[in-house]
Design a protein around this ligand. Structure first.
Ligand code: 5RP
Length: 230
């Protein structure tokens, strides 16, 4: 199974949805890297004019290196389309994001986009959410207290650490706590609980956000339209 090839197939399919003149949210991660490569190629070869709104410093740098114009979300008045990766997607097209530590910016960009497309390799599709740990971006202040609370709630938290054992830091210098839930029976109920917990800046549940999901296989892609009310 060649996952890199699957990611590339998804990225190359998604680039077709980008039209001249669009303002495009650019997600983060190894799948989005293939989208950016394909987009850079279109900019160079077709003279495609777009404005990219990157969701991470990594994507901003890569886009710039590829000759793609980028702006901050604060410098654009609308976003036509955002294309991003995801860590897990269930059969109702609800998702978990944040494996790459960028879910706060990704959610801000996504909810301000007229349309959202996720690109994933086939291994990301699941019946239910939860086997991928759910990331929470939390303020350092009170984070151990919050951790203990999450533990008591049975959410199996763990701080995300780097190779040196220190906290992984987000763009906003916050910490990440991953919840090993195994199976999320009621994503909307969990969303409500997490939304109401002070100290959690943003969680990685992305519910009712995506419009289309492009799944990359080794030799073809599949595009699913999420049927839901906006
Ligand atoms: O949510 C994300 C970053 O915060 C990414 O979109 C997600 O982790 C998928 O990344 P990859 O394409 O590398 O698997």
């Amino acid at each position: 199974m060649d996952r890199e090839l699957m990611k590339k197939v998804a990225g190359q399919e998604a680039v077709k949805y980008i039209k001249d003149g669009m303002t495009v949210g650019l997600g983060t991660g190894s799948t989005v890297k293939y989208l950016l490569d394909a987009l850079g190629k279109r900019v160079a070869e077709e003279g495609l004019r777009i404005i990219g709104v990157p969701t991470s410093n990594r994507s901003a740098k890569r886009a710039r290196d590829l000759g793609i114009d980028v702006k901050s979300i604060d410098d654009v008045d609308h976003i036509d389309l955002t294309i991003d990766g995801a860590d897990q997607i269930d059969e109702n097209f609800q998702g978990i994001k944040g494996g790459g530590v960028a879910h706060l910016r990704e959610k801000i960009v996504a909810i301000n986009s007229a349309e959202n497309i996720w690109i994933v390799d086939e291994t990301k599709m699941a019946k239910n959410l939860g086997s991928f740990p759910l990331p929470l971006e939390v303020t350092p202040y009170g984070s151990t207290h919050l951790y203990r609370r999450l533990e008591k709630m049975g959410y199996h938290p763990s701080f995300r650490t780097n190779a040196k054992g220190g906290h992984v830091l987000t763009h906003a210098d916050n910490y990440i706590i991953d919840l090993k839930l195994g199976y999320i029976e009621h994503p909307h109920q969990l969303e409500k609980i997490l939304n109401n917990m002070t100290g959690i800046v943003e969680h990685g549940l992305f519910l009712d956000v995506v419009d289309k999901v492009i799944v990359g296989h080794e030799d073809h892609s599949e595009t699913f339209v999420a049927k839901r009310n906006k």
